[in-house]
Design a protein around this ligand. Structure first.
Ligand SMILES: [Zn+2]
Length: 204
């Protein structure tokens, strides 16, 4: 029996996306670069040893440009600063206690500017990084807008493998990253809990 109850509107199964795992679907627009930054800390399946790829990326301008083509590396962007910010951003996911205070502190350090953007469709207020605020300023400006349009709250940290994924389910209730054994990462997150829930539904 196919269990369709978890994601009633998951159209990804049409092209096999769900079966391959949805853990690496991009977040919309610039938020994808924020997600990528958060995943520079990861636990590779092959080793199961946490790995931090950010310091090497900050040192290698070419590697940085390839990974984050739309985010210019500023003169003040040290690995130390960006690791600190990334780790705080990871802790913000899932609404962990104290996240508004932590975010407030970052905004006070790197306040974004506010622009009124007029297009044929609409007039909107958008945030932009303050000149010279580097990667931190860029990321924070994107997050302010993502909090306003609520896409930020679709970013989740898998409680199993710690991977940051974008939850595209209508109900916004996805917990695990859906990395499956057949994926490149080769693990299967949340399986035992999913099976347990499935069994609970079978009991009257
Ligand atoms: Zn996972």
């Amino acid at each position: 029996m196919v269990d369709n109850t978890q994601e009633p509107c998951n159209r990804l199964s049409y092209f096999g996306g769900y079966m391959k795992g949805t853990y690496n679907l991009p977040a919309p627009g610039k938020l994808e670069s924020v997600r990528k930054l958060m995943n520079t800390w990861l636990v590779p399946n092959a080793t199961q040893i946490p790995e931090d790829r950010l310091p090497a990326l900050v040192r290698d301008q070419e590697a940085w440009r390839q990974s984050f083509p739309e985010v210019p590396l500023g003169a003040g962007d040290s690995a130390e600063l960006l690791v600190e910010m990334r780790d705080d951003l990871r802790r913000m996911l899932g609404g962990g206690s104290g996240w508004p205070e932590s975010f407030q502190r970052w905004l006070e350090r790197f306040p974004p500017t506010v622009d009124v953007v007029t297009s044929a469709e609409a007039t909107m207020v958008r945030h932009a990084p303050h000149p010279g605020s580097g990667v931190a300023g860029w990321m924070l400006a994107v997050i302010v807008d993502a909090i306003a349009d609520e896409t930020w709250f679709r970013l989740k940290r898998c409680p199993d493998c710690q991977w940051v994924f974008y939850d595209r389910t209508r109900s916004r209730t996805k917990v695990w990253c859906d990395m499956l054994a057949g994926d490149a990462g080769g693990r299967s997150c949340g399986t035992i809990a999913k099976v347990r829930r499935y069994r609970e539904r079978q009991t009257p």
